[in-house]
Design a protein around this ligand. Sequence first.
Ligand code: TXA
Ligand code: MG
Length: 453
Amino acid sequence: MKPESIPKSLADQTALTKLNTVVLKVNPAAPAAQLRQQLAVAAEALRAGLLVAFPTETVYGLGGHALLPDTVKRIYSAKGRPSDNPLIVHVSKIDEIDPLISQWPRLALPLAQKFMPGPLTLILPKSSLVPRAVSGGMDTVAVRIPSNPVANALLRQAGVPVAAPSANLSGRPSPTLAQHVYADLAGRISYLVDGGPCTYGVESTVLDLASGPYPRILRPGAVTFEMLKDFLLSARLMPESETVWGPLLANEEGLNRVLPDGEHPRAPGMKYRHYAPLAPVIILEALQAAAVGAAMPKLSALLSLLDCAPGADTPPGTNGAAGPALYTGLPKTLCALLTQAEALTWPKQLHTTNGELWNCQVSGFTNDCNGQAAAHDLFAAFRRFDQAGAAAIVAQIQPDSSIGRAYMNRLGKAASFRVSPGGIWRKDKQLGWVQLKAGDRLPGAAGNDGGLL
Ligand code: TXA
Ligand code: MG
């Protein structure tokens, strides 16, 4: 664990601008001894301060020795992430959290014993062992124990705490397959452990236990509000009275909001835009078939306003990097992420209000009521759609409960537009969601006719 014990020659390798990223394919179902053997090189690399991406049950992580400030700095630069957005420290078992924190708040140990290993991150008061580089200068630390067998075995074998943000380039959708990591980070990390697809497909629930008597969800995930409430009530750790449950959910509204520059975030990370594919994302705010049908004219009107012709600005709210497909004279592609039932009846092509013909490419997810299938495919679908040259992406809502909350949270952050049977909204950096009125154009998009709504 001591920084002095790191072989300097190995740690220095990552100073090179372009690394040769070695992919280590492992079988998550292999017996423990075999897994240990397959992970030996990656564990040694972590101990030596190199960057190693690995699968977890949520998304792939970009790992580095959490107690070595130089390694932590390299995590930020490999990801292109602002260094005031703190990192989660990963360990293999509860005992290993002890040295990282100054105390266990009242609810922390029972919650850890119930939900760890698993997709839950706890924000706790940090000890002096955790470098400021990890915690973004704050006096708290985020800790998590992954349940994915590859991640857990790797952490056990490395024997050091591992800081790991999601293994995507900053602003891109989180990676749920090793191929996603490779596409973003090849040449920027030393090893990529390929352990197959991630189970949940959305990042862990982040629960703040360090700022007040009641816990607050800073980021919804697969350990849901309902699961936390059930447990805390049945273990008699929190009273039933309504007022104490508000704070648990309080930050969701905040997390969905894009903070204007200059406004200080309640939780770090809130001020950054996340998860965005290259094409603009439109939320289809309709659950049942009748509502979807009623929202279609609004979708057609919005597509008319998205101007992707040569010379036009990148449509507002897109990631900006490459922009959606350039004008080719061919029909543009609308990629749609829908429940299975809607996917079956969605048109192959649609005419926008200004008479353009768009091709539609559809991915369906099973409507499993708690949103798990939708959450599992969201980030992967964003990446598939970008590869398919989507000019726009539309994604259907899920009920805002259970893991559906995590889906809606990520979708809300990625989206630039919303359509419902009742209207069209665009996301404004200062004002939040702004409804478009008849005749409105989209700021920054040149050449559209207006007056189409
Ligand atoms: O599932 C996950 O959590 C994945 C896997 C790899 O474990 N990791 C992940 O890390 O999603 P990242 O860095 O992409 O997201 C961590 C979130 C950020 O929003 C960050 O602001 C927040 O956790 N966070 C980290 N430390 C914090 C702290 N001390 N206080 C408040 N929020 C914190
Ligand atoms: Mg992330």
